[in-house]
Design a protein around this ligand. Structure first.
Ligand SMILES: [Zn+2]
Length: 242
């Protein structure tokens, strides 16, 4: 299951300085801390108010909205915090993508969470990251001041560790080939030869399900084939009698 990513960037200003991001080297998981505010509402706020704080992506139950290009800086973790440097060798603001979960109010958490997980899986694939190593919570980087996104997740019985596992699962699920191997089973090999030789089916995709219209088509072709066979017998009989 995939989702659409909408790129709708805010104007340059305090919230979007336009400086190049290093890497990116990792991603920081946030929640807005503002229950009920949607991705769109956040975009409008950052575009018009231009606070000296921002994030790249806002995700609610309807949209995955990228408001700052993923190769530009956004201000989503305080510079003087040491943890990002310890873990990743750089400041989050200079080298990380900030992803905000919108929640609460009229926002359907299940739908927003699915998009949040999917987007992190998409990011990890794009940058070839192990989600368990490259996604960090804001809380981990700034534990004295912040509790996101653990706080939002806990309102719905989820933990940050579960989030990372769900991202990993999402990545693995997307890697599983959806196509069944198209091999004809031994019991059906004669029948396959017969339907293709007699124009009843093209013989392709032996493991796929039949639609109603394909059934109609094949019934008609069997009927026409039978009439041709009967006609042949009648012609032969006629010839014998003359
Ligand atoms: Zn945060």
């Amino acid at each position: 299951m995939g989702y659409k990513i909408t790129y709708d960037y805010i104007r340059k200003g305090n919230a979007r300085p336009g400086d190049a991001l290093r890497g990116p080297l990792f991603a920081v998981a946030h929640d807005t801390g503002n229950p009920g505010s949607t991705a769109r509402e956040n975009r409008t706020y950052f575009d018009t108010q231009q606070p000296s704080a921002s994030a790249h992506v806002f995700i609610d139950d309807k949209e995955i909205l990228v408001i700052i290009p993923l190769n530009e800086k956004a201000w989503h973790v305080q510079y003087d915090k040491p943890k990002d440097n310890q873990l990743f060798g750089d400041d989050a603001n200079d080298a990380a993508i900030g992803v905000e979960l919108c929640w609460g109010g009229a926002i359907n958490f299940r739908e927003a969470y699915k998009r949040y997980v999917w987007f992190f899986a998409w990011l990890c694939k794009k940058y070839k990251w192990d989600p368990l190593k490259k996604i960090v919570s804001h809380k981990t980087l700034d534990p004295e001041r912040r509790s996101d996104p653990d706080n939002a997740l806990s309102q719905y019985g989820k933990t940050f560790a579960q989030l990372l596992n769900d991202v990993k699962k999402e990545m693995e699920a997307a890697d599983v080939p959806k196509e069944k191997p198209q091999v004809i089973s031994p019991f059906a090999q004669d029948a396959h030869k017969w339907v293709t030789e007699n124009g009843i089916s093209d013989g392709s995709r032996p493991q796929d399900a039949v639609t109603r219209q394909e059934a109609w088509y094949m019934l008609q072709k069997v009927h026409e084939h039978t009439i041709r066979e009967v006609q042949k017998l009648l012609d032969a009989a006629k010839e014998e009698n003359t």
